[in-house]
Design a protein around this ligand. Sequence first.
Ligand code: GUN
Ligand code: FE
Length: 433
Amino acid sequence: ATTAVRGRFLDIQNTVAQAREIHDQVRYVEDGLLISQNGKIQWFGSWQEGQQHLPVGVEVQHYPEQLIVPGFIDTHIHFPQTEMVGAYGEQLLEWLNTYTFPTELQFSDKAYADQIAQFFVQELLKNGTTTALVFCTVHTESVDALFEAAGQHQMRLIAGKVMMDRHAPEGLCDTPDSAYADSKALIEKWHGKGRNLYAITPRFAPTSTPEQLAKAGQLKAEYPDVYVHTHLSENKNEIAWVKDLFPEQQGYLDVYHHFGLTGSHSVFAHCVHLEDAEWDCMHQTDSAIAFCPTSNLFLGSGLFPLNKTWEKQVKVGLGTDIGAGTSFNQLQTLNEAYKVQQLQGDKLSAFESLYHATLGGAKALSLDDKLGNFNLGKEADFVVLDLKATALQALRQQRAKGIEDALFALMTMGDDRNIHATYIFGQKAYVQN
Ligand code: GUN
Ligand code: FE
């Protein structure tokens, strides 16, 4: 199938990782055309030049007022926590015991998991998120439910079953052997099927025994192109607990590193309080960070030093971390990210923000050969943004001094009202009514 979309396009070109100066990597096409064929970008450029490449009979979908950007990438989110956003009053460890574990117990029921998975995928689309790296629960049913729901839209998702064999309710615990066997069966069933990819998902060091982490490492060694997804250095009490539980290891990250869980396909959520040696290990192993500003603020975890990712050359993407995070929306996430950097005397520009939400996220997931901008051959996942979804936004946008200012205002005030349409693999999967 062929799709042709005309409008205002903005993306970030493949950039040298060292350069925080994103300006010269910005591609802005005021009247552009994107043609996709079987889900991939076949032609992209100006409308002027592009018209002659239009196959006969293909209807052009024209968005004269909107702004079209690559689909947003969420590098850390929990689908079973969709229903628990805004759980009051606790920091990480108490929040897990009080709110999270009881919520996740429900996902042994496939019908329930299906219902929430449908809602979750719809919510991603409604927020312009076209790819996500997702935590399920310990139950294999939850993974089936999510991949089945995503498959209905051919959405590129990475997900996995939580591995957790201690410090949690019995109904949420597996064992080293069952976690290994169940994860292996899920990899065989889902990894590389359609656009689905699998992530080995130990919840975090405190809820896995050394025996289970060893099994996770064994699995990773057997399937090198499968992802690893976990949490790291989010909260001070959590870090102290890990040091207690694993006295032989040099620190929190060293626990994962010791068991073979670092690498180019490993994503560590949070990393708010990394030590220098850990930054170096992240760089040397080509591991990635998911920066989760709304969650870090909501749980009072701390301020993530984004400038360090440039200084230390560590890959970073944005994560909503629903349900410790408070919004599915990447515009709202960037709004909070900006404030987190301001509190540290650092600045996050609009173009850098767009980079993190798109190409930077793709790099963090080692998917920049497939996602992140409008380069030929990449997968046609994109979002049509309405810059004037409210009267206040319309007033502000009238005064915008160019595209960078317009984008920054959108990121400061925007939310799901600004998502006009979401395209997945060349097909319109959502349109705001
Ligand atoms: N650390 C371990 N589990 C979780 C979780 O579910 N959410 C967050 N934010 N941190 C965690
Ligand atoms: Fe999380």
